[in-house]
Design a protein around this ligand. Structure first.
Ligand SMILES: [Fe+2]
Length: 337
């Protein structure tokens, strides 16, 4: 008997996480029964790849909105930031300026910010609530072979594989996440970056960021070990962590480095290439970490990537922050000075 419910196909891309999903018809609104299947798949695999979706910004937003309330650019606009993209819920993670030109060395701050994405992170860890799902679409990809892959890390398995003594040591520790540190501190050469800073750090603007004290801004508190909605447990340790409560900055950094060195071992990582314009990758920020890998395209070819981000709606969305006082750190860079 023919089924009235579309069945998606889920093809694993790695032994423990990440999968490609086929069989979703994005040419019309994705029905709730299919959304349910996608939800089951993301719970299990943490990262889902949808090739050749044909989605535009509006369709992308409509699909994403079915997985939780979406973060938007409203505070950025209110703070005076001009946007290249019209939809407030669509975040511009391209290498383009407002006129659609590729950002070059001429704009070192913006370039530095883009390079911060090369460090392992979970989106919006510096906010309260933190992010649930990110859905990233390649609107226009650079020519093949010039880089731009996105790499993911299985932060649930990385936690489960930790020695018991380490689990005990970190079980109640609270990290203070700051967006301001993302990449910049490494680019400013303040600590050895774990993510192999292949990029030319001269392109960054350390002198600008030297003047910024992250403690002057709200820090978002989340435990390093956070239960996941599936009943598993996630190592929620990112390069956004400025310090850990009760520890010196140096000891905090050493522990973050130690944990990320464990989690970033090759067996927990999966590099996913972008193949076609309109490819979509969805990931669960409460289960995996990710990073951009950069590449030869960076200052030469258009890479127009667009992202929606849903808020985590689970019991750990606000971490150790006051759930009645949500906050966001996404202010335009000029306001940090
Ligand atoms: Fe990200």
């Amino acid at each position: 008997m023919p089924s009235t419910v579309d069945q998606i196909q889920v093809i694993p891309l790695h032994e423990t996480f990440t999968a490609e999903v086929r069989g979703v018809d994005f040419s019309k609104p994705v029905p709730p029964q299919v959304v349910e299947q996608v939800q089951d798949a993301i719970d299990k695999y943490g990262v889902l790849v949808f090739r050749n979706t044909g989605l535009d910004d509006k369709g992308h937003i409509a699909f994403a909105a079915q997985f939780g309330p979406l973060d938007d650019n409203e505070p950025h606009v209110k703070a005076g930031r001009k946007l290249r993209l019209k939809e407030l819920q669509m975040f511009d993670v391209s290498n383009l300026d407002l006129d659609g030109n590729v950002v070059t060395e001429v704009d070192p701050i913006r370039l530095g910010s883009m390079k911060g994405n090369a460090l392992w992170h979970a989106d919006l860890a510096f906010n309260s609530p933190r992010a649930g799902y990110s859905i990233l679409r390649g609107h226009k990809l650079p020519p093949k072979g010039l880089g731009g892959e996105t790499e993911f890390l299985d932060a649930r398995l990385a936690y489960e594989d930790l020695p018991e003594a380490t689990k005990k040591r970190i079980e109640n520790l609270v990290g203070n996440h700051s967006m301001i540190l993302d990449g910049f501190k490494a680019l400013a050469d303040r600590r050895p970056p774990l993510s192999a800073l292949r990029h030319n750090r001269k392109l960054a603007a350390p002198d600008v960021f030297e003047k910024i004290n992250p403690r002057d801004f709200p820090l978002s508190k989340h435990k390093l070990v956070v239960p996941h909605r599936t009943g598993r447990t996630t190592l929620y340790v990112t390069t956004y962590i400025h310090h850990i409560d009760g520890m010196s900055d140096e000891d905090s950094q050493a522990l973050v480095d130690e944990l990320l060195a464990h989690a970033a071992q090759p067996e927990y990582c999966k590099l996913i290439p972008w193949e076609n314009d309109s490819d979509l990758i969805m990931w669960d920020n409460t289960a995996v970490l990710h990073r951009a890998t950069g590449g030869a395209y960076l200052t030469k070819h258009v890479r127009d990537m667009r992202r929606t981000t849903s808020h985590d709606t689970g019991p750990h969305a606000h971490g150790m922050n006051d759930p009645n006082k949500p906050f966001r750190q996404g202010l335009p860079i000029k306001q940090w000075k």
